[in-house]
Design a protein around this ligand. Structure first.
Ligand code: FE
Ligand code: FE
Ligand code: ZN
Length: 291
């Protein structure tokens, strides 16, 4: 069965319970949430997040906790070697975020590797590895999944090789995974019309067993643009058919797919996008809704 979800909000007063309710309203059987606003690091204590109620609702609906993904806020930069304070804050926050993920009972925490800013790629990669190799505490039940990136600015992770370089420097690489974002790899220059080849490259460089989350997004820009602007399914340069193939790829059946596509006229598009993916076919009506 297709494991499909989307990113959902997490707001007071219902927090994670609200996130699960939102996901269910779209027909999701998986979801991804941020433990607060993705743009900042202010967080409420996990005791206030209605975790137990959320777990009961998940169970009632047959959704495994493993299919609830946490995404770390994208402002934390674990690759920053230029500013010591930023690096220290990133490290502290990453540990807390892993603890929150554990408290929620989720297993996978998606993280953008970071940007090397005015340093070098190599220094950035070393800094990411150091961040995790020197964490004061261990959060054994959480697996950090580095996300494939579009390569905007000095973003690390625009090639599978760069991600492999991070893993090579980690003391316990077996404790880390990868999240593959279709918009990002397209923007980074991978050709999704030959997705089998892309998966082979992934397998050779990183190992397919490391892949735990797929972000399913179309892209507003051409292949290799290094832009990172997500489009709704079928509304971008990748197209519905290729994304549908990724969603239903036989090698990826056990892997959660998460939509991070933009709202349309202030409304979430996920119920319709999920419906199309479940059917496996594009709905022409959907196109007219976009225009
Ligand atoms: Fe992301
Ligand atoms: Fe993503
Ligand atoms: Zn993105």
């Amino acid at each position: 069965m297709l494991k499909i979800g989307c990113h959902v909000k997490m707001n007071a007063p219902d927090y994670i319970l609200g996130s699960v309710k939102e996901a269910l309203s779209y027909g999701c059987n998986a979801l991804m949430l941020y433990t607060g606003a993705p743009q900042n690091t202010m967080r409420v204590p996990t005791q206030n997040m209605k975790i137990e109620e959320a777990k009961s609702l998940l169970e009632e609906n047959g959704i495994a906790l493993e299919d609830v993904i946490v995404h770390a806020p994208y402002i934390i930069n674990c690759a920053n070697v230029v500013k010591k304070e930023v690096a220290e804050l990133a490290k502290e926050f990453v540990l807390k975020e892993m603890q929150r993920t554990s408290a929620i009972g989720a297993k996978y925490m998606v993280l953008h590797p970071g940007s090397y800013t005015s340093a070098t790629l190599d220094e950035g990669i070393t800094q990411i590895a150091n961040t995790f190799n020197t964490l004061e505490e261990d959060v054994k039940d959480v697996m950090v999944c580095f996300e494939t990136m579009a390569g905007k600015g000095s973003e690390i992770g625009k090639t599978f090789e760069e991600l492999a370089m991070i893993l090579e420097k980690l003391n316990r690489p077996e404790r880390f995974g990868i999240c593959l974002d279709t918009c990002h790899i397209h923007d980074a220059g991978y050709d999704l019309t030959e997705f089998d080849k892309v998966l082979d490259m992934f397998d050779h460089t990183l190992g397919l067993s490391r892949l735990h989350v797929v972000h399913l997004n179309d892209s507003k820009n051409e292949k290799g643009s290094h832009k990172d602007r997500h489009a709704n399914l079928g509304d971008g340069y990748v197209g519905f058919d290729l994304l549908n193939q990724v969603a239903h790829h036989p090698k990826l059946t056990s892997i959660v797919k998460i939509l991070e596509t933009p709202y349309i006229d202030g409304k979430p598009p996920y119920a319709l996008e999920i419906e199309m993916l479940k059917k496996g076919s594009y709905d022409e009506k959907w196109k007219t809704r976009l225009l």
